[in-house]
Design a protein around this ligand. Sequence first.
Ligand SMILES: [Zn+2]
Length: 276
Amino acid sequence: MWRSPWCVGAFISSCIVSAAYWRRDLSLSGLFAAFLLGLFVYVAGGVVWSIVLVAFFLSASALSHVQTANKRSVMIAFAKGGQRDAAQVLANGSIALLAALFVLWSGRCGLGSNTAWLIFLASLAGATADTWATEIGTLRPGEPRLLTTLQSVPAGRSGGVTWLGSLAALGGASFITLTAWGALLLWPGPWRFSAELAIWGILAGLVGSFVDSLLGATLQAQYFCPRCAKITEARVHHCGTPTIYRSGWRWLNNDWVNFFSLCAAAVVVIFGSLLF
Ligand SMILES: [Zn+2]
């Protein structure tokens, strides 16, 4: 019984999320969401899927502890960083979770499980690309421009892109895809992979990050702090003042933008798998 995948998965997942909680990378709700994600991913996909998930998680966690003065000021101004709660964990992990649940439901080698693997991979490539772009892009003061109008915006504003952030997105998507490839070479499983699909995986991650910036620049809800005269995404500004709605769809916050950008990454990889 103790060697069942559920017990092993619960043990590994609880070790990793407790360490993250202890390091203040996760809030209590984030801890539970991340634990369930890790458990289902291990039971559905075994070692290979878990390595990909852990690669995303550890790289995001490590980069969030790399700080510069510029990054600290951006993080405070835009209420980013800090402990990830359940909504943030699910915004990045719900497509991976759905892919894992699909594999469990359909049987390990059932029809469509390879597509589920590619969707899992693409969503994490997108999540990693986006996280690396934010964590690395904000290290150095640059001049972010809106993806749509090329108008210059303050660093940290959703939809603002820099060269450094874009390179970091490419790095994150490549890192996850190559990790998946390496893991499959060491632990061959029922999951198919090839050089063509690696390229589609990286492309999916980049498209995810692009859609994230595009939605951030256009439809994401923006608020205005009357006290600081600054645009923000928060309903209550970090100065404590309730903010005023300014533009965008009111319900479309950063978590939903993240989720939809990973849907776009999944669509790209499905398209790619149909071609190869
Ligand atoms: Zn304020």
